[in-house]
Design a protein around this ligand. Structure first.
Ligand SMILES: C[S@@+](CC[C@H](N)C(=O)[O-])C[C@H]1O[C@@H](n2cnc3c(N)ncnc32)[C@H](O)[C@@H]1O
Length: 176
């Protein structure tokens, strides 16, 4: 989000809020059980993909918008999945985050990590939570500066899904 006229918040075009490298770095110790071939289906300019590459993952990257990185592809129209694991910071506006979660499971993905607003699960999403309860919520103990303007505005958490979930665990990640 950016400050618009009269202090009204306006969203960045196409919800392009690139993750800072720390966002992905703190996830890594928590996904050691994930396959090493993963799909970043809303890759933007590769902010998450590059950290995953650096950590030894093989990453297939795609985005609806051509940002000079990865394949150009609308995730919500995917009919096949390149890999069973997804790691992304999806678009949030217009219910897109929920659509991304549902699509990931419709495609048969088994291991999924999505960076979501910290209050994503607080209201309105009972049906989604009951159908697809995350195994783990990993709350970042700082606000990432998505726009690089020195005014971070959003608390975020990783929601992590994996097979065999019994009950959702709440954990916290310290800024590296
Ligand atoms: C919040 S940004 C995050 C970008 C990247 N995942 C990161 O963490 O830096 C969301 C991205 O989703 C992309 N996006 C929006 N709708 C999409 C769709 N239907 N399919 C694929 N990508 C989409 C946007 O172009 C944007 O790059």
């Amino acid at each position: 989000m950016v400050d618009g006229a009269a202090g009204v918040e306006a969203r960045v075009k196409d919800d392009f809020y690139p993750s800072t490298p720390e966002c992905t770095a703190v996830l890594l110790p928590h996904i050691k059980d994930f396959p090493h071939r993963v799909w970043e289906p809303a890759c933007g300019d590769g902010a998450i993909s590059e950290v995953l590459h650096g950590a030894g993952y093989s990453v297939f990257s795609s985005d609806k918008i051509d940002r000079g990185y990865g394949d150009i592809h609308d995730f919500l129209y995917s009919e096949n999945r390149p890999f069973k694991a997804i790691i992304t910071n999806p678009p949030y506006g217009n219910g897109l985050a929920e659509k991304f979660i549902r699509k990931a499971f419709e495609l048969g993905c088994t291991h999924v990590a999505m960076l979501l607003k910290a209050d994503f699960w607080n209201s309105r999403r009972n049906g989604l939570f009951e159908q697809y309860p995350p195994d783990q919520i990993l709350a970042l103990d700082w606000r990432p500066d998505f726009l690089g303007k020195g005014r971070p505005f959003l608390n975020v958490s990783w929601s992590i899904w994996r097979p065999g979930t019994v009950e959702t665990r709440f954990t916290r990640a310290h800024r590296p």
